[in-house]
Design a protein around this ligand. Structure first.
Ligand SMILES: C[S@@+](CC[C@H](N)C(=O)[O-])C[C@H]1O[C@@H](n2cnc3c(N)ncnc32)[C@H](O)[C@@H]1O
Length: 253
């Protein structure tokens, strides 16, 4: 455990392994108890819902401690393990769904945990109807984010790696650089392997707001009312060049 985690770690999950389903359960309470972080998730969900044309059959992967259902009540929330509030137990690599049964698949902070994203992208293409979407908010690589993810974050961030990540567990197995690797560094390879998926948009976002939220594993710093002013300052300063995340929108041909 790093010094920062030792000192600032949220007391609710201290001592629990990140892959322990109880950590996810407690993170639900942490998010709900941190108004600034809750506002950040609300913005993410609004951004995701904003790019969905059809919202009848939407699957959320790796719902974890999130609350997408408040924004998309009909969404099929899912997880790889049993946890309250999810409707389906499902791994991204083997979706228990019929072909062409979905309008969209959405996720926040999940793609970079999927052990075999090639298999997932094929599964997603099978389950989504033509014209349907795959929309995610994921870590993104910029010079600033690489420094932050390498020095201040516990998850691996490895821009030189391939598409596979160690299958150590649903949360510990990760490469924060994976979305950048697949959709930017290896874009030509992605397009050759998955011509049915068209990248509509990649929008880098959020240079420091997530840091100020202190995330799901640290104590709170800022009150909820500061979210809007902080986001406004971030946008005015220009968030793209130092973005820590990206909104990634794919459409099935
Ligand atoms: C960092 S958490 C994000 C949770 C939630 N979406 C949020 O934004 O708070 C990553 C999530 O991805 C899930 N996950 C990991 N591997 C997965 C897989 N193969 N298929 C679906 N979900 C997976 C984990 O169980 C975990 O809940």
């Amino acid at each position: 455990m790093s010094f920062l985690q030792e000192v600032l770690g949220h007391p609710l999950t201290r001592g629990l392994a990140v892959d322990d389903p109880r950590t996810t359960l407690l993170r639900h309470d942490i998010i709900q108890g941190k108004a600034f972080l809750r506002a950040l998730y609300a913005e993410w969900y609004e951004r995701i819902c904003g790019v969905l044309d059809k919202k009848n059959d939407v699957l959320e992967l790796g719902s974890g401690a999130g609350f997408l259902q408040q924004f998309l009540p009909g969404a099929i929330t899912s997880e790889v393990f049993e946890t309250p509030g999810v409707k389906l137990i499902a791994s991204a690599c083997n979706l228990p769904l019929k072909a062409e049964s979905l309008d969209a698949i959405v996720m926040t902070d999940v793609f970079h945990h999927i052990p075999d994203v090639g298999r997932f992208l094929a599964e997603a293409a099978r389950c989504v109807r033509p014209g349907g979407k795959l929309v995610m908010i994921e870590p993104w690589r910029t010079a600033w984010s690489e420094w932050v993810y390498t020095h201040l974050h516990s998850e691996p961030f490895s821009p030189e790696s391939g598409w596979e990540i160690p299958n150590t567990g649903p949360l510990s197995g990760a490469n924060g650089a994976l979305p950048w690797i697949v959709f930017q560094r290896d874009r030509a390879l992605f397009e050759a392997r998955f011509p049915q998926w068209h990248i509509n948009n990649i929008e880098p976002m959020m240079a420091f707001t997530y840091l100020l939220s202190s995330g799901v594993s640290m104590r709170s710093f800022l009150p909820g009312w500061m979210y809007r002013p902080v986001r406004t300052i971030e946008r005015v300063m220009g968030e793209k060049r130092s973005a820590m995340f990206a909104l990634i929108e794919l459409e099935l041909e």
